[in-house]
Write a protein that binds this ligand. Sequence first.
Ligand SMILES: Cc1ncc(COP(=O)(O)O)c(C=O)c1O
Length: 369
Amino acid sequence: MRVPFNDLGPSTRAMRAELDAALARVLDSGWYILGQQGEAFEREFAAWCGAAHGVGVGSGTDALRIALLALGVQPGDEVITVANAGIPPVAAIVAVGARPVFADVTPTTHTLDPDQAATAITARTRALLVVHLYGHPADMDPLLALARQHGLLVLEDCAQAHGARYKGRLVGTLGHAAAFSFYPTKNLGALGDAGLVLTSDAAIAERARLLRNYGWRQQYQSELLATASRLDELQAAVLRAKLPHLECWNRARRERAAWYRELLRGLPLELPGEMPWAEHVYHLYVARTPARDALRAALSRQGVGSGIHYPTPAHLQPPYAPFGRGPGSLPVTEQLAQEIVSLPMFPELERPQIEQVAAAVRAAGLAAV
Ligand SMILES: Cc1ncc(COP(=O)(O)O)c(C=O)c1O
């Protein structure tokens, strides 16, 4: 039996009739950009998260970029963020002309370390861009306290954390604004690119609405400099059909994480933790071992897919290196990048498949750490 790293097929097949109906509604409407489906999804998703406003945009990266602009981040401002969350958060900061300042993460949550963030603050710091990585929330209270103390804005990157909770509160409602991605593999995924800016601040929402569509409140009349990035009606209709399933899918992911915990117990592999204040939604199931590359080779021999999220931290990649302080500057981030491995995780993964992953890990014969 092959165990794929991810498989979007089962959920698409299970709700094929709902998706067909959703797509047909848009085709029949003859309206494809900024219409009823988009407005309804913005309302429904914001309500689901417990926030006042949602602004649909073309991707998660654009949600970050537009949120930064809507918050008022200016060229030359510094934005503190992590280097272990792939390129999108850093790319968004650079795209608005601001400067990413990298701070290290905690080894337990792989999210922004409040103490490290504190040491990165300068007179030019304008915002913290906090990523709730893999589906585990960052420790927001100390980060929010730091932001209050220094008058900083807080943007949450929730691309991997739809439905995750921090001290009982849904992520995306904790900072000034949040960015969501609905890339197809996300916990809530469209059938193409899609994203959303979430906020309970009416002025930020209004600016985001202008920024996603040439600065137009009234057609063809620009109020501010802006390009365009909009959530289209087909993707919005798909997301509306999928949203009622999200809680159930997140529960299934948590159940699979519990199976991993049970079946991988005693093996020399550090499993993802869940802090007492967190509810993890396991967008990715990221374990850790110094023998990562040998483990991945062994898994592959047994037909088990795996991934690395992400192999090279942003501050060590050529286009972003000038913003960082080079190798050795983020020791936890750099160590984690050598040791992390993402095991198969999706809501329809079956228990025998997780048993097979566990057997393959056991067969890899990792040395005790
Ligand atoms: C942490 C994080 N932020 C932002 C994004 C960007 O989302 P998108 O791919 O929709 O642009 C992603 C997904 O790729 C992500 O994982």
